[in-house]
Ligand binder design. Structure first.
Ligand SMILES: [Zn+2]
Ligand SMILES: [Zn+2]
Length: 285
């Protein structure tokens, strides 16, 4: 393995948390959602087998917690077959270098996300002027510089399959980031949505803190392309997922999910797109 893996120079611990932090939820027998401070990571795979994948990689400095959680669920010294990323924002790759070094596993992400994972391109700086609450206001401290995973990271297969996640296919859901993907399993209509939509108003500190469940578009301070984000939500809604694990907030299922997602798809402009902020182009309204 290469030894020159590195985080961006603005990488740091972020002091934000929620009441869900450190709690795991078995959403389905082979889908385990675990909250690291304010973001979710997912273990895909039945605990009776040793075949599993980690989707996303938590917050900065959370590697020890993640390894402990994985060993608790899959046994001592167990490790995933791969780490698969919905996208490369700092809160989804925060512990990835320590994890890759500890487990020596490949990382997969969408081709268009690779520049942000190989040190070539920074994400736009978060927009603290966006309509929203405290988390939006504190977003300038969020890292936006790219990490460098070198050739430890590979593009997801072009045929839509997801390595080591049989039954799932990846769906390109750009807008929040150019190479953002979600993962969908036709058989039981399970959806891993990343930040394409979330189930908590991520801009508001008290809602994040209490994890008050409320469907929402992608986190506003970090979403530069709202027209694409809207198309992505509509694409996911058309799949009629029965259960969704999102990058932030509690898992959502059944009628609540169906109705909330329908509403978000239909009323995306009003519900998701902020009225003001740097990423707002009046033409999309
Ligand atoms: Zn994100
Ligand atoms: Zn996120």
């Amino acid at each position: 393995m290469e030894n020159n893996l590195s985080y961006g120079s603005d990488y740091k611990y972020i002091p934000a948390t929620s009441i869900g932090s450190g709690i795991g939820i078995e959403v389905l027998q082979d889908l385990f959602c675990y909250t690291v401070q304010i973001v979710n990571i997912i273990l895909v795979g039945h605990p009776n087998t040793k075949e599993f994948v980690l989707v996303d990689a938590g917050m900065p400095e959370s590697a020890d917690k993640i390894i402990e959680m994985v060993e608790e669920r899959f046994g001592e010294n167990s490790r995933p077959k791969a780490i698969v990323l919905t996208h490369g924002h700092f809160d989804h790759v925060g512990a990835i270098i320590e994890l890759v070094k500890h487990w020596d596993v490949p990382v997969y992400a969408h081709e268009l996300e690779l520049p942000y994972l190989t040190g070539k391109m920074s994400y736009p700086k978060p927009d603290p002027t966006v309509e929203g609450g405290m988390i939006a206001k504190m977003s300038p401290m969020f890292p936006n510089e790219p990490i460098n995973l070198g050739n430890q990271v590979e593009a997801l297969p072009a045929d839509g399959s997801v390595p080591y996640m049989a039954g799932f296919r990846w769906i390109h859901t750009p807008g929040h980031t150019p190479g953002h993907v979600s993962f969908f399993r036709e058989e039981d209509r399970a959806l891993i949505a990343g930040d394409a939509f979330v189930t908590v108003r991520q801009e508001f500190l008290y809602k994040v803190l209490t994890q008050e469940q409320e469907i929402s578009g992608p986190p506003r301070y970090f979403t530069p392309d709202w027209a694409a984000a809207r198309d992505s939500v509509r694409k996911l809604e058309a799949l009629k997922p029965s259960v969704a694990i999102t990058g932030h907030g509690l898992p959502m299922a059944g009628e609540l999910l169906t109705e909330s997602l329908q509403k978000l798809a239909r009323e995306f402009n009003r519900m998701a797109i902020p009225d003001y902020g740097r990423f707002i182009n009046k033409n999309i309204h």
